[in-house]
Design a protein around this ligand. Structure first.
Ligand code: APR
Length: 269
């Protein structure tokens, strides 16, 4: 099903590969800033890489979470059968280590771009709330948010700061049901509003800035592809190549999110 969150699906190479000119990094930065200034509608698509400099590890790669943990703990059917087992890992991965993370310059530059009318929205796969904490207003949370917990029985929402996670699994104070983090597990549907708004923005985008994503997870990775198909210029910020780089990316800015966005910011404000 298109709406469900899946990992490990590879793109087919069905978009014409354009040979990119090799240009010095500072010229690429300047050109990217020009694209952004000219664009009437710019969207950022962000992945785990944008939060690495805030101390949150990515999912894939050498130091990735999926090298240390079994992704089955975030598989919806496995979770529903084994919530207590899964919660032990969920607490460790998402709540023990990263609750004190704060936005880095990459989040802050995107927020400033929005404030100055140079960015219309952020579509994020991240569940860490750092875009909102940086001041971004229009954020489409494609995979939900770890700061909220939800009762699957009555639908009541809880702010994680009101819950004592020393006792797991956390339970609903209305009906005693186990609470689930309000982020999207594998096999779970993408929140309809975030999905629709993200693809509507992809259609409108004249420029799409991809920051720190391998592009391995669907349907999220279809968002920048949709932007490309609708004619957007794709600027990618990533120290590595991703599944986007040789397929849809027009300008690959090789480097860390905060460094590159700070340099772009110097041309914008
Ligand atoms: N700046 C920019 N990019 C970086 C940085 C950095 N400082 N550090 C790492 N990266 C890049 C990596 O090169 C990699 O391409 O960030 C990317 C992180 O990739 P993933 O861990 O796969 O993250 P993402 O693509 O966001 O994962 C998508 O997978 O498990 C699921 O639901 C989870 O939302 C997540 C989804």
């Amino acid at each position: 099903m298109l709406y469900d969150h899946h990992m490990g699906i590879r793109f087919k190479k069905n978009i014409t590969f354009k040979t990119k000119k090799i240009m010095p990094a500072n010229i690429l930065i300047e050109k990217s800033a020009e694209h952004i200034i000219k664009s009437k509608y710019t969207v950022a698509f962000t992945g785990a890489g944008i939060s690495v400099e805030s101390g949150i590890p990515p999912f894939r790669g050498k130091h990735g979470l999926w090298n240390r943990y079994n992704p089955e703990v975030l598989d919806l059917s496995f979770y529903l059968e084994n919530p207590v087992h899964c919660w032990r890992f969920i607490r460790e991965i998402f709540y023990d280590f990263f609750t004190d993370a704060t936005p880095n310059d990459a989040h802050l530059v995107l927020a400033k771009m929005e404030e100055k009318g140079l960015l219309q929205s952020v579509v994020t796969q991240n569940i860490d709330n750092l875009h909102q904490e940086a001041g971004s207003k229009t954020v489409h949370e494609f995979h939900g948010n770890s700061k909220r917990l939800k009762c699957l029985k009555c639908g009541k929402m809880f702010d994680v700061t009101d819950i004592d996670l020393k006792n797991i699994p956390p339970k609903c104070d209305e009906d005693g049901e186990i609470l689930k983090p309000d982020f999207i597990f594998f096999g779970e549907g993408i929140p309809r509003k975030a999905y629709e708004n993200s693809f509507a923005d992809a259609e409108n985008a004249e420029v799409c800035i991809i920051v720190g994503s391998t592009g391995e997870v669907t349907p999220a990775s279809f968002v920048p592809r949709a932007a490309k198909q609708n004619g957007a210029t794709i600027i990618e910020i990533n120290p590595q190549e991703s599944l986007f780089t040789n397929y849809i990316t027009d300008v690959h800015l090789k480097g860390k999110a905060s460094e590159i966005l700070n340099q772009i910011g110097n041309h914008l404000f």
